[in-house]
Design a protein around this ligand. Structure first.
Ligand code: UD1
Length: 416
């Protein structure tokens, strides 16, 4: 299993380009299931999760063409509306095929994702919504089996804000008969990007980006070309890496408009941030000031940036309170950060981080994608060598991580 060896203590300096957003690309690739015409996506990041999704779609009969960051999907030959356990277990986002498959094929068999390292993560809201649209759903032998001649528009209300739940139901609504209204919808920028792509394919959607999304169902969708938005979590991760190391970096191919709260917090921590239309520059202070955060659905502070902020608080001046309200078990990086010398106490969904003057390199274990990002940031800030084990998590979500870090002056190396 690959590991990342980091020689810490060097400030990050220079420029890097942010990739397309994983969490926008994944639902968008499944949107291609909704039409028999080819759909082309550009700015698709080269990530293991994207590879998994393309293999899953190919297995269903979708023709996949990929050239660098451009992917064309042709679902005219779609004939196997099945997502098997072997694929779903490696990537929960596979559940995103459920809505498009029932909507276009009238049938889907999708393995239940089960739990994952950061919590139980059920998909009951996806199922509840599709049932309200008329799908007959049974759960047998670990698979969700959904059937329906044609979905009917309905008024849907999700019990909690769910990103992929909103996306699944929005895609299903596009081909349903009549109007669908999703209340308590997720407002994440990736939901808006997906809606823009669906509209380019002929869907009638309004309200994406607010908590009420309205969809007027159409008979069919057509092909389109869509550029995937920049990855706001990758952007935030590099900004934190620069902040933690006392660096000065400029990120291009991204936009501050998706990151208001993260940028505010970095400024509260003492960073100097200048934004351009499609670039962000961060200059870190001599020492960061601790900043407290509370995760919540967009536009509040993203849970996917929580681990990175725990890392920067570990070396900041003062005490930070970190409250995680989205996932029940998302502090596994804390014990690893403690191995590097961080002073962190956990009480339920709250972490109290008392900043220390310096961290010392050690071997740490990555447990999930964003936890790994937090460990890399801490390793870059620590004195001496840090070995991050199980970096396959990082390969799921960060395109060219070592390449970009090296371009920013970090001393990192992948070891087998
Ligand atoms: C998406 C993101 C993930 C991010 C998360 C929260 C993708 C591919 N992944 O995950 O990176 O961390 O949003 O911003 O976009 N829940 C239920 N029942 C459901 C659905 C969700 O109880 O049917 C709960 C979950 O367990 C969790 C909360 O709702 O506690 C929010 O989860 P959700 O927004 O659905 O996360 P994902 O869409 O899986």
């Amino acid at each position: 299993m690959d590991k990342l060896l980091i020689e810490g203590g060097l400030p990050l300096r220079g420029e890097a380009t942010v990739s397309g957003a994983k969490n926008a690309a994944l639902p968008m690739l499944t949107a291609a299931l909704l039409t028999a015409e080819p759909v082309t996506f550009t700015n698709v990041p080269e990530l293991n999760d994207i590879g998994t999704m393309l293999r899953l779609l190919a297995q269903m009969g979708v023709k996949v063409e990929r050239q660098g960051g451009t992917v064309t999907l042709d679902a005219s030959g779609l004939d196997q509306p099945v997502a098997p356990y072997e694929m779903v277990k490696t990537m929960r986002a596979s559940i995103l095929v459920l809505g498009p498959l029932v909507a276009r094929m009238g049938e889907a068999r999708v393995s239940l994702p089960g739990g994952c390292a950061i919590g139980a993560r059920p998909v009951d809201q996806h199922i509840k919504g599709l049932s309200a649209m008329g799908a007959q759903i049974s759960v047998e032998q670990g698979y969700v089996h959904a059937k329906c001649s044609r979905l009917s528009g309905a008024r849907l209300f999700t019990d909690m804000v769910t990103v992929t739940g909103t996306e699944n139901l929005m895609m299903a609504g596009c081909l349903a008969a009549g109007d669908t209204v999703i209340e308590n919808a997720a407002r994440e920028p990736e939901v808006v990007d997906l809606a823009n792509c669906l509209v380019a394919m002929g869907a009638q959607i309004s309200g994406a980006g607010t908590d009420v999304i309205r969809i007027r169902g159409v008979e069919r969708l057509h092909g389109a070309t869509h550029r995937i938005m920049p990855d706001r979590i990758e952007t935030g991760t590099y900004l934190c890496a620069a902040a933690a190391t006392g660096g000065d970096i400029r990120l291009t191919g991204t936009s501050a408009s998706y990151l208001d709260v993260v940028i505010d917090k970095l400024m509260d921590a003492g960073c100097d941030i200048a934004t351009e239309r499609d670039a962000i520059r961060l200059k870190a202070p001599g020492r960061l000031t601790a900043v407290s955060i509370r995760t919540a659905p967009y536009p509040a502070f993203p849970t996917d940036m929580q681990a990175q902020f725990m890392a920067i608080n570990a070396v900041a001046d003062g005490t930070a309170i970190i409250r995680e309200t989205i996932f029940e078990n998302r502090f596994m990086h804390a014990v690893e950060l403690i191995r590097l010398g961080a002073d962190i106490r956990i009480d339920g969904n709250t972490a109290v981080v008392q900043g220390v003057a310096k961290l010392d390199g050690a071997t740490v274990m990555a447990t999930d994608l964003r936890a790994s990002a937090g460990l890399v940031i801490a390793g870059l800030a620590a004195q001496g060598q840090t070995l991050v084990d199980r970096i396959y998590h990082l390969d799921r979500g960060y395109e060219g991580l070592e390449r970009k870090l090296i371009a920013l002056g970090a001393r990192v190396r992948r070891v087998k």
